[in-house]
Design a protein around this ligand. Structure first.
Ligand code: GLN
Length: 241
């Protein structure tokens, strides 16, 4: 039986917007297909960081204060996380977690060092970028919908974005794009129930993880996504038509 092991990294600090819902979605969509799923949490009180048998790492969102605390802990695992990503491990990073994958997050009075997994950087802007957001991604045939709330502006250089902004702000006011996809990393400002509202994005992440672990993997079976698709389409219509 196939099995995917998911690590929720620092859920005690990076948990701003119900990130657990995203973990639950990853897990359920595996179980519904008869694929075993195990979720482990690694908190600030844990020792013995080990991702050698992990397939998907999830890094959630946090306030600037929480990011400052978590960053020193994360940097202790910089090498392992780098190797994990470069070797094709799946990493999903949301909002504060997305910013921490870059070189740095520059605040007014200090600079938080990042993991440098992505060649990006973030700077705090004047006003917060808050609101609903709709994206168009070239690798799935469903718009990605969500909610953004960030003070940071992320400059992604030559990285491929997660999607083109159809409605909302994205990485910064003027870029017209949002997030980053790199190898099996999906990094985005969209938080809250990102994956429940975007079943095709969730399956994209799961497919990558399964392909990486099981080279003979033949694809995910279809699920009845009527409710999920209705929720997704409602938001697309509300903000883009
Ligand atoms: N603290 C970061 C910002 O405001 C990220 C916030 C978040 O995770 N929503 O830019």
């Amino acid at each position: 039986m196939m099995k995917i092991k998911i690590m929720h990294l620092y859920p005690d600090l990076l948990n701003l917007y119900g990130d657990r819902g995203n973990i639950e979605c990853l897990k359920r969509r595996l179980l519904w297909r008869g694929i075993e799923a195990e979720v482990v949490s690694y908190t600030c009180d844990d020792t013995g960081f080990d991702i050698s048998d992990i397939d998907i790492v999830f890094l959630g969102g946090g306030s600037d204060r929480e990011q400052k605390i978590v960053c020193s802990r994360l940097l202790e695992h910089k090498q392992e996380l780098h190797a994990f990503v470069e070797n094709g491990g799946s990493l999903v990073a949301v909002c504060g977690g997305y910013q921490l994958l870059g070189k740095y997050y520059k605040l007014e009075d200090e600079t938080i060092q990042g993991l440098e997994i992505l060649d990006i950087y973030t700077e705090q802007g004047k006003k917060r970028l808050i609101g609903n957001i709709v994206l168009e991604a070239d690798f799935i045939d469903q718009k990605i919908v969500g909610f953004e709330n960030h003070g940071g502006r992320t400059y992604i250089g030559s990285h491929k974005p997660l999607g083109r902004v159809v409605y909302g702000y994205g990485n910064e006011e003027n870029s017209g794009v949002e997030g980053v996809v790199y190898k099996n990393v999906v990094a985005t400002y969209l938080h809250g129930p990102l994956l429940p509202k975007n079943p095709k994005l969730c399956d994209y992440i799961l497919r990558n993880a399964l392909k990486h672990k099981y080279p003979g993997f033949e694809g995910l079976s279809e699920l009845d996504d009527k409710l999920e698709n209705t929720a997704n389409e409602y938001i697309v219509k509300r903000f883009t038509e």
